[in-house]
Design a protein. Structure first.
Length: 274
């Protein structure tokens, strides 16, 4: 059954958000590269030969795992613009990778994967229990799940600074705990219950705190195109965009060291077994 939230997610990632991620993929890949390294380490630990990357975006993690292990890696994402960008990557001709444009909550997977990974791609499912049941079907018996998700907004002030600063100027949606979105799996009890109900075993959430670095020149495109502020500004006129960006930028002053923004990303490494 398709729900309004399914349609909202598809529209978002096939429209404004998906196109923004494609346009800024080099910035995003550089900032989030430490998380690729964590998932590559997870893949090495289980000697994975077949890997599914959920919410793969433009494919940087898919390529990284395939490159490191020479494993057969498949990326899946609901976003046509991002899958198109992944398919256009020159490495696709030299690595054992493939990509699927589809909804991982409902796609008819075969149980062929040693490892299922995700770098911030599993927090948006409209029905997370149904989604993780479906992902379990994609795993071989005894297969491993290793996903990185955000901890709470309070623990990630860098990633909420823009919306806090822009709140007086923009009508931004409230973040509701334990609902689909960037921080949808931040609550460890909520996340553990979802995975247990979905049939996964040996569920564990390990806190990871990763230092990330962003060149000062990348900050304006990053905060003005991505996240709730980016969505709101996509529909705003030029005067509003200028005023909002001028208001937001000082909120990031505490993070700057020389010409770089340096911040900590507070996350969970969620692991489980099929």
């Amino acid at each position: 059954m398709t729900t309004p939230l399914d349609n909202d997610q598809s529209a978002r990632w096939n429209g404004t958000s998906g196109n923004a991620w494609v346009d800024l993929q080099d910035i995003v890949t550089r900032v989030l590269r430490p998380f690729e390294d964590i998932l590559v380490t997870a893949a090495r630990a289980v000697d994975a030969h077949t890997v599914l990357d959920v919410g793969c975006g433009t494919g940087s993690t898919t390529f990284a795992v395939a490159r490191a292990l020479n494993a057969r890696c498949t990326g899946i994402d609901i976003s046509e613009p991002m899958i198109t960008a992944a398919l256009a990557d020159p490495e696709i001709d030299s690595l054992p990778v493939s990509f699927i444009e589809a909804d991982a909550q409902t796609y008819p997977f075969a149980a062929t994967h040693d490892l299922i990974v995700s770098r911030f791609g599993v927090m948006f499912f409209p029905d997370p229990v149904a989604a993780f049941i479906n992902l379990r079907r994609a795993a071989r018996p005894g297969g491993t799940l290793a996903c990185i998700v955000w901890r709470t907004p309070e623990e990630n002030p860098f990633f909420t600074a823009a919306e806090r600063a822009a709140a007086p100027l923009l009508d931004l949606p409230a973040r509701i705990p334990d609902t689909p979105g960037q921080f949808g799996l931040a609550n460890p009890g909520h996340t553990t219950a979802i995975l247990s109900e979905s049939g996964w075993t040996d569920v564990a959430l390990t806190p990871i705190d990763v230092e990330c670095v962003m060149p000062e020149a990348d900050l304006t495109p990053y905060i003005s195109r991505l996240g709730p502020v980016g969505l709101a500004l996509a529909a705003a006129g030029s005067p509003t965009r200028t005023k909002v960006i001028e208001t937001i930028l000082p909120a990031f002053t505490p993070y700057f060291r020389d010409a770089e923004a340096v911040f900590t990303a507070a996350c969970w490494l969620v692991t489980a077994r099929a």
